[in-house]
Ligand binder design. Structure first.
Ligand code: SF4
Length: 253
């Protein structure tokens, strides 16, 4: 017993200080894209040409990246001859609307907290049923990590539960292909009203890399009233946690 206590003292506190402070993210981490406001070289398609998901484009307004499709591979940053795209280490990528995930120069995603009725119910206790709708297990792993001692999701009253009947909402990962569609919708409908739907990762938002396949896998967005979109491939656990806290109107840095 004494050995256990000594080891506990030696290890100290392992839970991240977030949301009081943002932990140091590794130098290789790619967060919010920063797009330059200069006009692109006419007819240059260097960045769009290498984008594997068609997330990046130029329209009459500006250069833009759709974070709902972006897998943060960094190819556009590498190949743009004018350095128009760089990636910051800003982990705050979640948005309340699908359109809100379109990043332009000087514009970033925003999360609007749930309306008061749902916030009153869920702000101190939000139970989620995870639906892995043909994910590759990366988003599932980073969601699972939230329940470890490092992120300690339970300290915010948020947890994952086994049954939709015990849940306040669903967290969907994966591109939701045809063979998972009925199960995804049935699970959402099994959650008592009022409820929330959260799409985690580029696949659950848009189909990600699988959207171009032949299995109608365009994520949860076309099928469920998603309240929170958390982009990434996979999203960093901090990005997921930040989005959840913002949805509940809890303090975040
Ligand atoms: S980082 Fe995103 S926008 Fe850039 S090439 Fe990769 S997927 Fe496309």
């Amino acid at each position: 017993m004494l050995d256990i206590l000594a080891e506990r003292l030696r290890q100290g506190r392992r839970t991240v200080a977030f949301p009081k402070a943002v932990p140091d993210l590794p130098p290789r981490y790619r967060g919010l894209p920063v797009l330059a406001d200069n006009p692109c070289v006419e007819s240059c398609t260097a960045c769009a040409g290498v984008c594997p998901t068609g997330a990046l484009g130029v329209d009459a307004e500006s250069l833009f990246i759709d974070l709902g499709r972006c897998i943060l591979c960094g190819a556009c940053e590498r190949d743009c001859p004018k350095g128009m795209v760089t990636f910051s280490r800003d982990h705050r990528l979640a948005a309340s609307t699908r359109e809100g995930l379109i990043v332009r120069p000087g514009r970033r995603p925003q999360v609007t907290p749930l309306e008061p009725a749902r916030r009153r119910l869920f702000a101190r206790s939000l139970k989620l049923r995870e639906i892995s709708a043909a994910g590759c297990n990366a988003c599932e792993a980073d969601t699972n990590v939230l329940t470890t001692v490092v992120f300690d999701l339970g300290r915010f009253g948020i947890d994952f539960v086994a049954s939709p009947r015990h849940a306040d909402g669903v967290a969907i990962t994966g591109p939701v292909p045809r063979n998972m569609l009925a199960a995804t919708i049935a699970t959402y409908q099994a959650v008592p009203d009022p409820r929330v739907a959260i799409a985690i990762g580029g696949c659950a938002i848009s189909g990600g890399l699988f959207a171009a396949g032949g299995d109608a896998a365009h994520g949860a967005t076309p099928h469920l009233p998603v309240d929170l979109f958390i982009p990434g491939c996979p999203p960093h656990p901090l990005t997921i946690l930040d989005g959840l806290l913002r949805l509940l109107g809890l303090p975040t840095p």
